[in-house]
Write a protein that binds this ligand. Sequence first.
Ligand code: PLP
Length: 454
Amino acid sequence: MDLRPNSDEARDIAYHFHSYTNARVHEQVGPLIMDRGDGVHVFDNHGNKYIEGMSGLWSVAVGFNEQRLIDAATRQMQKLPYYHNFAHRSHGPAIDLAEKLISMAPVPMSKVFFTNSGSEANDTILKMLWYRSNSLGKPEKKKVISRIRGYHGVTIASASMTGLPCNHKSFDLPIDGVLHTTCPHYWREGRDGESEEQFATRCAEDLDAMIQAEGPDTIAAFIAEPVMGAGGVVVPPKTYWEKTQAVLGKYDILLIADEVICGFGRTGKMFGCETYNIKPDIMTMSKQITSSYFPFSAFMMTEEVYAPIADESGRIGVLGHGYTGGAHPVGAAVALENLKIIEERDLVANAAERGAELQAGLRKFVDHPLVGEARGVGLIGALEIVAPEGRADEFAPGKLGAALNAQFLKNGLISRNLGDTLAFCPPLIITAEQISEILSAVDRSLDGFSAEIA
Ligand code: PLP
C-alpha cells in the first residue's frame, strides 16, 4: 500500500468512513482504490486489471463503460436536471419509466412509487402497509415476516427485515413487529434423510406456525428475495415458492418480492418472480434498474394494495411521504435507456446462456475437498467453503472465505465473501470467454488457497 502522507490511500484512511468494513482493520490495511472500468473489467489506481465478478454490488448489468447511459444522463441533465413529483408535479422520464415498469411486471400491477435505494424502497413499503392497514380499519395488521439471512437493506425498518446478525447487533434492531422465519437453505438446514421437497414443506409449516402463533390478523406481509443474495446466494429448494405462497394465501398476507438483485435478468428471466412462478403483491426494484450508474429504486404494487393507500391520502388530505430525489429525472432517463439496452441486446437470454455455463463450471468445483456446496441460478452463483476434514475448530467463521477471496483478488477476480460463501454475480453482458476467465481464476485460487492453509 502507498502510505506517503498525501497518497490517495493515506487520505482515504484519514477521512473516509467505509460501509461494511471493519473500521479498525481499515486504518491498518487501507483501501483498494478503483480508477476506471471497461466492460466487465475494472482497473485499480496502480493499473491492475480485475474481472468484476460481482458487477460492483450485484448491479452493473451493462458493464462499466456504457456510453449510451452516459449520453442519456447528459441529455437529461441538459434538458431538465432536476424535478420532483410532490404536489401533482411530474416529468416525462418518470411517466415513461412508470409505464414501462408496469408493462414489464410479471403480474398485473397498478402503480409505481420511486425511491433512491433498496433500503429506502423497503422502508417505504412497510410504512405504506401500516398506512394501508389503518385505511382498511385493521390497525392490528402491521407485522411483517422476513427470513433468517434475508437481506432487505440497512435503514431502521429494512435492517429489521434483514435477517443477518451484523445488521442488528448494537444497532438495537430489529424493531418490534418484524419476525424472521426459517432460512430455506437446504444444504445447511435440511435434516438427515429429508428430501428437498420435504424441507420446503417444513419451511412452509414453520411459516404457518409462526403466523398462527402471532395471530393471522396481525400480519400484513411476508417479504423475501426470490433468490437470497447477500445472505449467501440461497436458491430456494424445489416447491418452496409454491408451498410458501399457499400459506400466505390462506391468511390474506401480502407478498413483497424483493427483486433488488434478481430483477432485470439476473436469474435468466426478466424477474426472479418469473423464474419461480411467484405472484407478488408488491415488487421492490433497484440496482440493475440503472445498472447502478445512478442511485435509484422503485416499488410497484397491485391495485388491491394501492387503492386503500390512495383512499387514506384522500381522507387525510395528502400522502405525507416522499423524497426530494424520488423519481429523479436523470435516474429515470438512465433507467429507461438501461432497460432498452437489456431488451435490445437480449441480455436476459445471455444471462440464461452464460448462467448455465457459470453454474456448470461452479458445480465442477464440488469435488475439491474445500468446497462444500456450489449453488446458484442464472448469473448469480456461489461456492461455500468448508474446513479440511477434522480441522473445523482451527478456522473462525468467515476466515476461510476471506482467505479465498484474497486469492481471487491476486488472480484478478473480484468476488465477495459472505462469511465462508464466495459469491459470483457478473455483468449480464459477460461473454463465454469471460465466464471461462472467472472459472480459471477460481481454479488457480483454490490451489493457492489449499497450499496456504495446508
Ligand atoms: N434488497 C436486496 C435484495 C438487496 O440485495 C439490497 C442490497 O444489496 C437491498 C435491498 C438494499 O439496497 P441498498 O443497498 O440500495 O439500500
